[in-house]
Every structure is written in structure tokens, then in C-alpha cells.
Design a binder for this molecule. Structure first.
Ligand SMILES: [Zn+2]
Ligand SMILES: [Zn+2]
Length: 358
């Protein structure tokens, strides 16, 4: 039995429950969780904006230590420090063979099969991970080694926010040295975009958010210009970029008006990358003439266009070398009983990443 925070239905509070977690089967690994970041997708899943089979143990941004491995496991052994990947590609589907493993058809399969039991009922692992618990069982494809120089609390964030944000810059948008970058929305992902832009050697990094605290934090991570949300964004950005607009915009919010504003703030031929997950009721409109005239690109970004097998170790190396500041993203630590409070803080736009230490 391990303790876990279980969600029984969208909109309810999480309940601390004893979870019957089976020993790992063939190809599976049991991990003692050291830390799990509270991601905005957890909040969306808890409220029912995103769907997930229930009852569920949410939490998908985790790192920990392998405690047992099932038959045939070759990628790790008990005692290994690992980060969990919530979308492990199978390596065999059409998308994987095309070199787009972030779109793998089977990377989310584990989320739709029960992995444990509580109070006599089947329980599902949130986004295939089940990180809001003392331990979890995942596929060996979902664990990647963490270098000794990186604390597990920091490594956890690489599993989702950091991989998504840094991947958006390096993989999806492929920002080049000297280019100007606009980042709209400074949560864990947005601030990771800022750090990714610094890694890419971006010339200007302009950031927008409602929170003065987050704007200041962004400055310490490489932002060159900070804008408090509410102004006329396109005009402000043109004023900072020789009247042209930014080469790249990263929308980490997912609301229609902010996507439209991000697009308008890019130069002719500029690129807007949509990183934040919006709702299906969010309609973004463009006129046919402006789509032609501005020759801009809008592109979606799933999980930072990441091949986790190669990219997660690469990001962890950046962290080990001190080229990414993961600790600065952590603005709070709670136990398994503090997750609802972390959701409330997140809804209010306070803090960047709360880490759950079971
Ligand atoms: Zn996430
Ligand atoms: Zn695949």
C-alpha cells in the first residue's frame, strides 16, 4: 500500500487514499516518487476541461528512484535516479517512423488502463504517470536517467514544463541566434521558453504577463524587455523591434485573444508557436487578406516537438552544466495533502511551479 491523492470526479477535491499498487509486470518499472510538479494540465484534468478516465491519480511531472523492475526490463535497475516522461513514444507507429515521436499514436495508452486499486475500485494513472503518490508503476519506456548533478526536484520539471518550453524554442520554432522572441504568459512553460531562448542565443526576449513578480523572475532568466499585460501588445512590440514586430512569438496561454495578439506582434513572415493548451470554445479569427499579406506562420507545439529519448537527457545535461536554472522555477513545496491549495494558487496566477514531495 502507498499513499496517493486520488481524484474521483471532475471538480471534486483530491482524497488521500491508500493505493494498492501491483508489482511491476513485464517491461514495467516501479518508482518511488521524490517530487512531482503541479502542472496546469493537472488543473484542467481536475476540472474536467481535459479528459481522463477516473478515479485517477494525477501528476505527470515526476522524478524519483527505481525500486523494482519487471521481467525483461533493460533500461534501468533498482536504485537508478530517473525522470518520468508522460508521453513515451512506442518507436513503431507511423508517426514514430516518420521521425515525429511527439505525435506517437500510442504514447498515451497507459493512461486509459487501470494500474492500481483503491477502496475496491480500479484507479487510472493520470497522463500515464500517477505522480501524486508515494510510488507509481510505469513502462520502462517512460523513465530516463538523471545525472547526479541534478537534484530530483529539479529533474521532475524536465518531464513536462521545461521539456515543453525549451523544446518549443529549440525543436518546434528552431529560433536562430540573434532573433527576437516574444513570450506571452510566464508560467512554468513560459519561463522555460525564456530560458530556451537564452540557450538559442536569441537577441531580444520580450515577455508579457499580468504578474509583476513573474516579469521580474523572467528578467533573471534572460528576458530583455518586460511588458505588463493589458497594453496594445503589437504596438508595444513593434516599438521594441525597429517597427517590424518579433521574429518569433510563443503563446503559453491558449486564450483566443492572446493568440491573436501574439500573431499580430510578429513581423511579416514571423512565426507564432502555440504552446499553451486552449479550450475548444476559443475561436481565433483572421481575415483572408491579412493571412496573405503578412505571410506569417502559426504552428501548434505538442510536448516541445520532443523525442524524449534524446531530448530529455540533453536538457538534463544543460541543467547539470548550469545553463538552465530549474530551481528558480520552483516557488513552493507541498505534501500530498497540499495539491488542492496549489491548484487554487495556480488559478489565481500566483507562483510558478509548486512541487509535491510525497
Ligand atoms: Zn504538464
Ligand atoms: Zn509511435
Amino acid at each position: 500500500m502507498v499513499r496517493a491523492a486520488v481524484l474521483h470526479a471532475p471538480g471534486e477535491s483530491l482524497r488521500l487514499t491508500a493505493l494498492e499498487l501491483p508489482e511491476p509486470g513485464p517491461g514495467q518499472v516501479r518508482v518511488r516518487i521524490a517530487a512531482t510538479g503541479v502542472c496546469h494540465s493537472d488543473l484542467s484534468l481536475a476540472r474536467g476541461t481535459l479528459r481522463q478516465a477516473m478515479p485517477v491519480v494525477l501528476g505527470h511531472e515526476s522524478a524519483g528512484t527505481v525500486v523494482a523492475v519487471g521481467e525483461g526490463v533493460t533500461r534501468c535497475a533498482p536504485g537508478d535516479r530517473v525522470v518520468l516522461c508522460w508521453a513515451p513514444p512506442d518507436g513503431t507507429c507511423w508517426f514514430c517512423l516518420e521521425g515525429e515521436p511527439w505525435l506517437c499514436e500510442h504514447s498515451s495508452d497507459a493512461a486509459s488502463a487501470p494500474y492500481a486499486r483503491a477502496d475496491g475500485a480500479d484507479v487510472y494513472p493520470g497522463l500515464s504517470t500517477g505522480g501524486f503518490a508515494e510510488e507509481t508503476v510505469v513502462s520502462e519506456r517512460a523513465v530516463l536517467p538523471v545525472p547526479d548533478a541534478v537534484p530530483l526536484e529539479h529533474a521532475a520539471l524536465v518531464g513536462c514544463a521545461v521539456m515543453t518550453g525549451v523544446g518549443a524554442v529549440l525543436n518546434t520554432a528552431q529560433v536562430r541566434e540573434g532573433q527576437s522572441v516574444l513570450v506571452v504568459g510566464l508560467g512554468g512553460v513560459g519561463l522555460s521558453v525564456v530560458q530556451g531562448a537564452r540557450l538559442a542565443g536569441a537577441g531580444q526576449v520580450i515577455v508579457v504577463d499580468r504578474s509583476p513578480d513573474k516579469l521580474e523572475l523572467a528578467r533573471t532568466m534572460g528576458a530583455t524587455d518586460v511588458l505588463e499585460a493589458g497594453g496594445e501588445l503589437a504596438k508595444q512590440v513593434r516599438g521594441l523591434t525597429g517597427r517590424r514586430g518579433a521574429d518569433h512569438a510563443f503563446n503559453c496561454v491558449g486564450l483566443a485573444d492572446t493568440i491573436r495578439a501574439s500573431w499580430s506582434a510578429t513581423r511579416r513572415g514571423g512565426v507564432t508557436t502555440i504552446v499553451g493548451i486552449g479550450g475548444k470554445e476559443q475561436q481565433v479569427t483572421f481575415t483572408a487578406l491579412e493571412l496573405f499579406h503578412f505571410a506569417r506562420t502559426v504552428q501548434g507545439c505538442v510536448y516541445g516537438s520532443t523525442d524524449p529519448l534524446t531530448d530529455i537527457p540533453r536538457i538534463l545535461d544543460f541543467a547539470a552544466q548550469g545553463r538552465l536554472d530549474l530551481g528558480a522555477l520552483i516557488t513552493g513545496t507541498v505534501g500530498l495533502d497540499g495539491i488542492d491549495g496549489a491548484f487554487a494558487e495556480m488559478s489565481a496566477g500566483r507562483g510558478v511551479r509548486t512541487v509535491v514531495v510525497p
